[in-house]
Design a protein around this ligand. Structure first.
Ligand code: FAD
Length: 444
């Protein structure tokens, strides 16, 4: 067995010449694939290539690091259940000490309703979730919310509660995946990669540091996946939407340290405690592409980008933190100076941005009775072999849940790469051919 090895900007001598599988991209998707291949076929010679000088240098840096189990589409529900199982048994799956490192906090997700229509929607959600076996998800009426979470205030008249949900340290998770892929070599700081294809078959990966011969390559480069795909002569069917988050060093005293992730009503601002005294906020607000030129392929039809702008800092909306706080204050009935209306939240903010990567309209649509196609914003990632190039695999389009779904996403990818059957039949829904599945649409 080769010792697990990290090499930064390797010399020609340090470069592996051959590999069974090369994975490009060292975020949650790529490192989970590395880990899962090792578990499914120990000793497989894998090489992971990361552009940055560290792993997890993409969207995970801006993420809230949350996970939840309440997914109404069966494939997603199964993917998250399996992944949470890995998180909860981290020492077993990710090596001794992993439980401590990933610092799992299962404090729940509380989706709040402020009027009867919203309460009815949450009740219908819970009904659907129970139908597919997620019986741990609870509908809480006003009394129950007041009893368990009285500090949210009397504006909240009902809630949906996922008690298994929570958050973890995503950077530690990524490194645990990598460290536990015992046969892997990890190459950091590789600035350019090209997938070399001959007669529609992958034959290797070319980098400025040297060539690696391989018949199997996995693209797991998040928002840069299209660019890497083009080197193999294919145009990957994904689009990008910038998403923001911010962390504060302060939190109003009523919001307890052991409180859950709290999600407001539409347009769904959300917040959870961070560290001892702070909080982390998000809001998937509709992004307008006015700041980005056509060279990034912005397209009004799907309000998304084709190629990423790096670094994405210029896409940050400086009003974002105050807008999220104002939304939360309004929904929870906090006046100026109270709760989310307290300006202390705005001091010392760390404002972050990254991309959500989605399937594009060519692989996420439903067909109506007249045979007309209707694109929709699918939550399903794309984990499959490419239909046109033998040996080219993808683990992309992990939208806003690529951390919470990483273990199962890695296992699905490993099954495809190793030619093994899928652990769950519904995992086929992450393939190219599944253009639509029930209940797979824009959920937080
Ligand atoms: C604001 C925000 C909040 C979020 N909150 C959550 C959350 O609470 N929970 C959750 O599960 N998910 C969340 N996400 C989503 C999550 O971060 C992504 O789904 C996840 O990071 C996708 O993983 P990935 O490995 O596909 O891509 P990335 O994380 O983007 O990683 C891609 C990696 O590939 C590398 N790379 C890029 N190009 C190349 C190249 N040419 N060669 C080699 N390497 C390359 C990058 O440096 C990077 O390390 C959030 C995202 C954002 C932006």
């Amino acid at each position: 067995m080769i010792a697990n090895k990290f090499v930064s900007n390797p010399s020609l001598d340090e470069m592996p010449r051959v590999a069974d599988v090369v994975i490009i991209g060292g975020g949650p998707a790529g490192t989970a694939a590395l880990w899962a291949i090792e578990r499914a076929a120990p000793g497989t010679k894998t090489v992971l290539i990361e552009k940055s000088d560290r792993l997890g240098a993409g969207s995970s840096l801006a993420s809230l690091e949350n996970f939840r189990t309440c997914w109404p589409a069966v494939c997603l529900a199964k993917q998250m259940r399996r992944s949470v199982d890995v998180f909860r048994n981290a020492d077993e799956y990710l090596g001794e000490g992993a439980t401590h490192s990933i610092a799992l906090k299962q404090r729940g997700y509380l989706f709040c309703a402020f009027n009867q229509a919203q309460a009815d929607l949450l009740k219908a959600d819970v009904r659907r979730l129970h139908e597919i076996g997620l019986n741990h998800i609870e509908f809480l009426d006003a009394n129950e919310v007041a009893y368990r979470f009285g500090w949210v205030g009397s504006q909240v008249i009902a809630a949906k509660y996922d008690p298994i949900a929570g958050w973890l340290d995503s950077n530690a998770l990524i490194y645990k995946f990598a460290q536990n892929a015992h046969s892997a070599q990890i190459l950091l700081g590789i600035q350019e990669v090209e997938i070399t294809v001959d007669h529609d078959c992958v034959i290797g990966v070319t980098t400025p540091n040297g060539f690696i011969a391989t018949s199997k390559v996995v693209i797991a480069t998040g928002a840069s996946a299209r660019k890497v795909g083009r080197t193999a002569g294919v145009d990957l069917p994904i689009v990008l939407r910038p998403r923001q988050s911010f962390t504060t060093g302060w939190r109003h005293v009523e919001f307890p340290e052991d409180g859950p992730m709290v999600i407001g009503a539409a347009p769904y601002p959300h917040v959870r405690p961070e560290a001892q005294a702070g909080a982390i906020f998000g809001w998937e607000y509709t992004w307008h592409n006015k700041h980005v030129g056509p060279e990034y392929g912005t397209n009004l039809a799907h309000d998304a980008m084709i190629d990423p702008l790096y670094p994405p800092i210029s896409l940050k909306d400086p009003r974002f933190p105050s807008m999220v706080l104002a939304l939360l204050a309004r929904q929870f009935g906090h006046k100026e100076g109270q709760g989310f209306g307290d300006t202390r939240y705005l001091r010392g903010i760390s404002h972050n941005i990254g991309y959500y990567v989605y399937r594009d309209e060519s692989i996420a649509y439903y067909v109506d009775e007249q045979g007309e196609k209707h694109p929709y914003m699918s939550e399903r990632s794309l984990i499959d072999v490419h239909p046109q190039v033998n040996g080219l695999y993808l683990s992309v389009a992990h939208a806003g849940h690529g951390i919470m779904s990483a273990p199962a996403a890695g296992e699905i990818l490993a099954s495809k790469v190793l030619g093994q059957s899928l652990a769950e039949p519904e995992y086929a829904d992450f393939g190219f051919e599944a253009t639509w599945v029930d209940y797979d649409e824009g959920v937080l």
